[in-house]
Design a protein. Sequence first.
Length: 316
Amino acid sequence: MSSTRPLKQAFSTMAWSVDTAQSSPTPLGFVADTDRVLVNGHPLTIPWSQYRGAIGLSDSGLLNGLGVELLNTENVARQPVQWFSQPSLTPLILATWLTQRHRYLDITSFSHAAGWRIEVNGDTLRLDTPTAEVTGIRQGRQSWGDRLVIDLDRPTPWRIVGNSNEFTVMIDARAGQALRSIASRRGEYLAGFRFEQSANQTLLRLQTSGGIQPHGWTLPNPTRLVIDLRPDALVQRNIVWAPGIRWQQQFLSLAGDRFPVVWLEIDPRHAELALQPITANSTGAVGTAPLLTMAPQAGAIAAINGGFFNRNNRLP
């Protein structure tokens, strides 16, 4: 039986970025992007913009800030997503537009169907969603690890933050009375959990072991948020992200083992793309900044580490 091993970490000095310095001018009707968003009153850093009257959020912002999953696509102009939905029955397809900084997904129709209220105030986008409630939670042990199933009375934004062995699942919903009597049990990778109520949010505090990070996904009918703790939680993706750029996440097999690998495929025949190395500090120490900081500073639209990390702080 094959196993899944974490990627080894070493020391290096650079990452690789793709910029669009030679790309076509900004499309007509585009309003300059910013990254100030209030989701149910909670400030989040999510790039957003307006284009021909539509509102767009960056794909990474939808994924990490609101819990909207990105599905595979071969069409650079259309991005299928999954959010408390069944893609085979009710496909959710969002139009996209690309700038020199971000890839935006049009949430105008999506937010209307979900009952969200959108308001633009200067450089701030406010999103208010219908009030939701966490009605219960179930804990189960699986052959591959642990699973928590959180019952909701309706779809609502959620996100996971944290690092090491402590994580918080932030759910934009009230905590129902049933949560008061729920006690956690130790699992394979789950050391324990507890609920907290903060304003209009329910916070699920997780303690994990073995360096395992929680992976969340959603289901409809009934509305559920599922949190899995497993060593092979990588979401496999094959997304044509921009002309000449393909985003891949796959498990690759080698000598009976399975390894999670994330990579970008760049087509050098696209003249509007330029591939170049970047560093956190071109004149000083290396391995001192995360890739999410390095890429914007370099004006890159996409970036991936050069294959290695500073082994002490895990920075490229």
